[in-house]
Design a protein around this ligand. Structure first.
Ligand SMILES: [Zn+2]
Length: 267
């Protein structure tokens, strides 16, 4: 399902941490100068506003780390073409092999301002991509990317389930990972009809109990799969992603081909 606690949390969840209300804007200020062009993830809502004002290019990425509330996050986000190519290449590899999640680390480069994927590759642990958060000193950690590949054996109709693949969204461990590693973005590509993105906001807690969140999520996921309105893994995870995004103060996006729309909270 995704990153587990072996994804090297650098900060113990038990350790007291500064409030995100302070941390977010400070991080953003420390990362971004007012004149910097921030184009790796482009927020169209901010982009339109910028065009209207004839101000410098859209700065959606500057929003990473400084979004006060989920409702302040961009209504739509387009991933830069080079990132989408890298994400798609990893998804294609996963599709061809059929096992072993792919992924990588998203970093901000100060030398060549923009968001880049580093430490990318194939997990050795089957359905758990362990993100390598060791990066060089020129880069700033921003988040992670990984792939999910699931099939819905109950639906083999190619019209409703192309390739027999479904879009399974973030698991509880994926959410705990972004929170406890103090990261701003988690991008997920699937073999199904949708990809997903989570942005941390000022409303997101500074830490969570990884094991508890994972267990709680799994119990709810199982209940949805076994309930009277039985849901497959994609439906169950997507429903739970809305619920947990609200609970954990994330902005949640769905999309395809690198174009994402905010679905929680809806714009
Ligand atoms: Zn995952």
């Amino acid at each position: 399902m995704g990153d587990d606690k072996r994804a090297a949390p650098r900060v113990s969840p038990k350790q007291p941490l500064p409030s995100l209300d302070k941390w977010g804007p400070e991080l953003a200020r420390s990362l971004l100068k007012p004149w910097q062009t921030v184009g790796s993830i482009t927020g169209s809502a901010l982009g339109r506003a910028a065009e209207g004002l004839r101000t410098p290019p859209p700065k959606a990425l500057s929003a990473l780390g400084s979004i006060a509330n989920p409702g302040d996050a961009p209504a739509s986000i387009t991933v830069d073409a080079h990132l989408h190519r890298n994400f798609s290449k990893l998804m294609d590899e996963h599709l061809q092999e059929g096992s072993h999640e792919r992924g990588g680390t998203l970093v901000w480069s100060h030398q060549h301002p923009g968001l880049y994927l580093v430490n990318d590759g194939r997990t050795r642990l089957g359905n758990t991509f362990v993100t390598d958060l060791q990066i060089n000193g020129y880069h700033e950690l921003k988040g992670g990317f990984h792939t999910h590949l699931d099939t819905n054996t109950g639906d083999i109709d190619p019209r409703t389930n192309p390739k027999g693949l479904i879009a399974t969204s973030f698991g509880g461990a994926d959410m705990a990972w972004i929170i406890n590693n103090k990261l701003d973005v988690n991008v997920l590509y699937t073999g199904g009809d949708k990809d997903f993105m989570l942005l941390r906001t000022g409303a997101t807690p500074s830490s969570v109990d990884h094991d508890q969140l994972k267990a709680e999520y799994m119990a709810e996921h199982t209940a949805l799969e076994e309930g009277s309105r039985r849901q497959n893994a994609a439906e169950a995870s997507q429903a739970l992603n809305h619920k947990y995004a609200k609970k954990l103060g994330f902005a949640l996006y769905e999309g395809k081909n690198g174009n994402f729309e905010r679905v929680e909270p809806p714009p």
